[in-house]
Design a protein around this ligand. Structure first.
Ligand SMILES: *Cc1c(COP(=O)(O)O)cnc(C)c1O
Length: 414
C-alpha cells in the first residue's frame, strides 16, 4: 500500500498528473506533491508539462534573478563546464578567486581589503559558516547567540537552530544550543538580551519567509551600535534580500546605509539559478575560521562561481539596480491601489502583498493566479510574495496587477 494519498486520475491523465504520480512514488514527501511539473523556462516565462505558459513572478524563490536561460549565465556556465568543472578545495581556480574578490567589493564597499569569503552551495550552508564563526568568537565565554522571532535561516541543524518556527524545529530537537529568540525590531529587547556572554546577533533585514517584513527604520543601526558595544558580532542574512533584490546590492546598504556588519550571508540570487552560497566576513570575523575548521567539497566550484560572476557583471552592465528600484516602486504603488490589498511591504522586487480577510486564504489566491498564468507564492495566510526576475517587463507587471484585481474582485463578490 502506498503511504501517499492517490493523485486523482482524470479519464485521460495529463502529463502533469502522470509526472506527479511518479513524483509521489519516488521523492520523499517533504514538500507535498508540487502542483505543476515544469519543463522549460525562457526569460520571465516557464512552461509546464502540458504546454501551459506562466509568467514567473517568484523566480525559483528569489533565485533566477536574470530570468531563465539568460544568455550571459548560459554561456558562462557552458564555457566553464567545458573547460574545468570541478576541482575540490585542494585546488583553486581563477573563477573562485575572482568571485571572492568581487563579493568583498560588493558586500563591504568601504574597506573590501579587510573582508574574506567562504563559498558554499546554499543559504543554509552560508549560515552554518556564520554560526561557526560566531562560535569561534569568544569561544566558551560567549555561548549565547541571539536571533529574531519569525526568523528563517535554513534547514540544516545549525541554521535550523537559528530559525524560529516551532513546526520546523521541534521534530529535530535537541538542536545546537545557546540560541535565544528576541522580538523582531524591538531595540529594548535587544539591549536587554545583550551581554558579555553573547557571541552574535543574526538578522534578516527584511524577513522573507515570514511574509516580506522589513525591520523597522533604525533597528539595524541600533543593532550595529549595541552589538559593537557588547563585543558581539552582527551577522546579516542577505540570502533572500541580497544581490540586488531590493535595488541595492545588499538590502542593508539601502535600509541602513553606512553600517558595517561583521558577517553577511548570501545565496539564492547569487548564482542566477546555479547552487551557490557565501559567507562574507570583515575584520576580526574574517579570521576566525582557520585551517581545518570548516570545509566543503563543492563550495566555490568553478561552474557555480562562473555563473555568479556572470550575474554580477550583467546586473552592473545592464544597470539593473536602477531598474529594480524604478519598477519596484511603481509596481508597489499600483498593487497598493488594488481593492482587497491591505498593504505592500518590502523593497525593489521583493514584495509582500497583504490581503484583506474577505478575499480568503492567500494560498487560494495564489492558486487562482496560477490558473491564470502567474506564479507567486503565499508565505503567510494573508500575504502573497513577489520576487520576479530583474528583467521583468513593465507590461508583465501591469498584466499581473490587472489579473490580481480581477481575482480579488471575484473572490470578494463570491
Ligand atoms: C532561503 C533562505 C535561507 C536558506 O537558503 P537555502 O538555499 O534554501 O538553504 C536562509 N536564509 C534566508 C533569509 C532565506 O530566505
Amino acid at each position: 500500500m502506498s503511504a501517499h494519498p492517490p493523485i486523482p486520475a482524470a479519464s485521460a491523465p495529463s502529463k502533469n498528473e502522470t509526472w506527479r504520480g511518479r513524483y509521489a512514488g519516488a521523492v520523499m514527501n517533504t514538500f507535498g506533491t508540487p502542483g505543476r511539473v515544469l519543463v522549460r523556462g525562457q526569460g520571465t516565462r516557464v512552461w509546464d508539462a502540458d504546454g501551459k505558459e506562466y509568467i514567473d513572478l517568484l523566480a525559483g524563490i528569489a533565485v533566477n534573478c536574470l530570468g531563465h536561460a539568460h544568455p550571459a549565465v548560459v554561456s558562462a556556465v557552458t564555457e566553464q563546464i567545458s573547460t574545468l568543472g570541478h576541482i575540490s578545495n585542494l585546488f583553486t581556480s581563477p573563477a573562485q578567486i575572482t568571485l571572492a574578490e568581487a563579493l568583498t567589493d560588493l558586500v563591504f564597499p568601504v574597506a573590501p581589503q579587510n573582508a574574506r569569503v567562504f563559498l558554499a552551495n546554499s543559504g543554509t550552508e552560508a549560515n552554518e559558516a556564520a554560526f561557526k564563526i560566531a562560535r569561534r568568537h569568544g569561544g566558551r565565554a560567549r555561548p549565547r547567540i541571539l536571533a529574531l522571532e519569525d526568523a528563517f535561516h535554513g534547514r540544516t541543524m545549525g541554521a535550523l537552530a537559528l530559525t524560529h518556527k516551532a513546526a520546523y524545529r521541534e521534530p529535530f530537537e535537541p538542536l545546537p544550543g545557546g540560541v535565544e529568540f528576541i522580538p523582531a525590531g524591538d531595540v529594548d529587547a535587544l539591549r536587554g538580551a545583550l551581554g558579555p556572554d553573547v557571541a552574535a546577533l543574526i538578522v534578516e533585514p527584511i524577513q522573507g519567509e515570514a511574509g516580506v517584513r522589513p525591520l523597522p527604520d533604525g533597528y539595524l543601526e541600533a543593532a550595529r551600535e549595541l552589538t559593537a558595544a557588547a563585543g558581539a558580532l552582527l551577522i546579516i542574512d542577505e540570502v533572500q534580500t541580497g544581490m540586488g533584490r531590493t535595488g541595492a546590492w545588499m538590502a542593508h546598504h539601502l535600509l541602513a546605509p553606512g553600517i558595517v556588519p561583521d558577517v553577511v550571508t548570501l545565496a539564492k540570487g547569487l548564482g542566477g539559478g546555479m547552487p551557490i552560497g557565501a559567507a562574507v566576513a570583515t575584520g576580526e570575523a574574517a579570521e576566525l575560521l582557520g585551517p581545518g575548521q570548516h570545509g566543503t567539497t563543492f563550495g566555490g566550484n568553478p561552474v557555480a562561481a562562473a555563473a555568479a560572476l556572470a550575474v554580477i557583471d550583467t546586473i552592473r552592465t545592464e544597470g539593473l539596480l536602477g531598474r529594480i528600484t524604478e519598477l519596484g516602486d511603481r509596481w508597489a504603488a499600483a498593487l497598493e491601489a488594488v481593492p482587497g490589498v491591505t498593504e505592500v511591504r518590502g523593497a525593489g522586487l521583493l514584495r509582500g502583498v497583504g490581503l484583506a480577510e474577505a478575499v480568503g486564504p492567500a494560498a487560494e489566491v495564489a492558486g487562482a493566479l496560477e490558473r491564470r498564468g502567474f506564479i507567486v507564492n503565499a508565505p503567510r495566510p494573508d500575504t502573497l510574495r513577489l520576487a520576479p526576475p530583474y528583467i521583468l517587463a513593465d507590461a508583465d507587471a501591469d498584466a499581473f496587477t490587472a489579473t490580481l484585481t480581477d481575482v480579488l474582485t471575484e473572490r470578494t463578490a463570491a
